[in-house]
Ligand binder design. Structure first.
Ligand SMILES: C[S@@+](CC[C@H](N)C(=O)[O-])C[C@H]1O[C@@H](n2cnc3c(N)ncnc32)[C@H](O)[C@@H]1O
Length: 289
């Protein structure tokens, strides 16, 4: 079934499914995304469908009829258009306790990091998406707290996509987004709230206050932070980058880690990591020498 839509601006009826995305326009969008976010989208049927399906939603939103019109608007529009484009083309899939062995590992090393580095434990979640990952890190730090009562764990959660970051900062989730969170943690660290007649789960202050949310593009040429981090999670984002970009990002991440600190990547991302300053510890976990 095809969807016939009304153009809000002109009142004309037209069929979005029939709007053709030429290979030339595909390449323009793909190159723009690569330049902005490092996301590598070679011309394949899957990527063609991805760009077509996601940008067609923006055509609707802006009452435009062709990808060419959208391209002109993107080129002449300001930061908001660019930010919306990035949001449309990023993949934000995430869940609580995803690749859960990483949180067992974190719980086991936090007391050791506390002994080594003192009270201020600084962690960074560098592709935080809608927040399930940083809240899982915060819950893990709370679970480790009895073994390090004087520690003050702090977490910076960043993402290039401002829309997911905004959601993450609210810490509010629908039932379907709570997937992966065991019942005990659910009631210990989240509370039920009602808004507009619907029920949501909201992160309690104990974990919410541990996290600071901020935009950050991993394509930044240099990562400049006041202090080194003791743990960095950068999971399931390198898969979208090509080899030279991945290498550059890893070099930058390593430069932000304190010696003895840990870098945690996604399970499927560890194949590309050959850094002389990193010692493999367990699956996709590295320690800075
Ligand atoms: C698939 S999600 C992974 C979320 C989470 N780390 C996890 O493992 O569940 C990938 C995230 O990386 C973000 N991302 C993509 N390119 C980025 C870049 N250049 N800088 C920062 N974040 C980026 C996306 O916006 C998205 O939220």
């Amino acid at each position: 079934m095809t969807a016939v839509k009304k153009n809000e601006a002109t009142g004309a009826l037209y069929d979005f499914e029939d709007i053709k995305l030429t290979d030339k326009m595909f390449m323009k969008f793909a190159e723009r995304m690569y330049d902005l976010a490092g996301v590598d989208l070679p011309l394949t049927p899957k990527n063609h469908a991805l760009i077509r399906n996601r940008i067609v939603k923006l055509l609707r939103r802006h009452s435009l009829k062709t990808y060419e019109e959208y391209w002109s608007k993107l080129e002449s529009g300001g930061n908001e258009m660019v930010s919306e484009f990035i949001s449309a083309l990023t993949t934000n899939m995430t869940s609580f306790y995803r690749e859960s062995n990483h949180f067992d590992f974190l719980k086991s090393v936090l007391p050791e990091l506390h002994r080594k580095f003192g009270a201020d434990l600084r962690m960074w979640c560098a592709a935080a998406s809608t927040g399930q990952e940083p809240y899982t890190i915060a819950m893990t730090a709370c679970e480790a707290q009895p073994e390090m009562p004087s520690a003050k764990p702090r977490l910076l959660a960043t993402d290039i996509d401002l829309q997911v970051l905004k959601k993450a900062s609210t810490g509010t989730y629908e039932e379907r987004e709570m997937q992966g969170l065991p019942p005990v943690q659910r009631t210990k660290y989240f509370e039920k709230i009602k808004a507009d007649g619907d029920e949501y789960w909201r992160a309690k202050d104990q974990i919410h206050n541990m996290i600071r949310f901020a935009p950050f593009n991993l394509m930044n040429p240099k990562y400049e932070f006041q202090h080194k981090f003791h743990v960095i999670f950068c999971r399931n984002v390198l898969i979208y980058f090509d080899e030279p970009t991945t290498k550059r990002v890893i070099d930058n991440l390593v430069s932000c880690l304190a010696p003895g600190g840990y870098l945690v990547l996604g399970h499927s991302e560890s194949g590309n990591v050959k850094h002389p300053g990193l010692k493999p510890m367990s699956r996709a976990v590295y320690q800075k020498l």
